[in-house]
Write a protein that binds this ligand. Structure first.
Ligand SMILES: [Zn+2]
Length: 157
């Protein structure tokens, strides 16, 4: 659980190159109390935003993704890299983000980033606790941010 006090704080979680794309979800009210992570899709369905707090970090990290491929229900199913849910390619596909002005990286995940809800539903069915699954999910997000984007998580407040 973490808390974001102001819209400015939410925006400042994103890298400066991402900030110009960030459109807060309609009706965002601060402070925001976020249990595991916050994800939302822009009104055009083109950009997907993620805010999470890496293990041990004091400040949240934001990533602005773009959906580069159009969903196509007829093609094969895929598996989300982050929550391991399986789905058709209109549900699971490539989200990309800029590393710098020359490079983009992608990750194959749930296109709406509702990984947490899927983990919860799966855990409810099996009667397991979702805590471990959620921890792994956040660790995978953090690994992507640090390995693919070179984001460093400061442990200073
Ligand atoms: Zn997922």
């Amino acid at each position: 659980m973490f808390r974001i006090e102001t819209e400015k704080e939410l925006l400042s979680a994103f890298r400066s190159r991402d900030r110009k794309f960030v459109e807060l979800p309609k009706g965002t009210r601060v402070p925001l109390f976020i249990r595991d992570y916050l994800a939302w899709v822009d009104p055009y369905g083109v950009r997907v935003f993620l805010v999470f707090t890496a293990p041990g970090a004091q400040r949240p990290t934001g990533i602005a993704f773009r959906r580069d491929q159009q969903g196509d229900k007829t093609s094969a199913t895929g598996v989300c890299d982050w929550c391991r849910a399986a789905g058709a390619s209109d549900q699971i596909g490539l989200l990309t983000t800029d590393v710098d002005s020359k490079r983009r990286v992608g990750v194959n995940v749930c296109l709406d980033l509702r990984c947490g809800e899927k983990l919860e539903a799966a855990a409810n069915l099996s009667g397991r606790s979702v805590l471990d699954d959620n921890r792994q999910l956040i660790e995978r997000m953090a690994r992507f941010a640090s390995e693919a984007l070179g984001i460093e998580f400061s442990s200073d407040a």
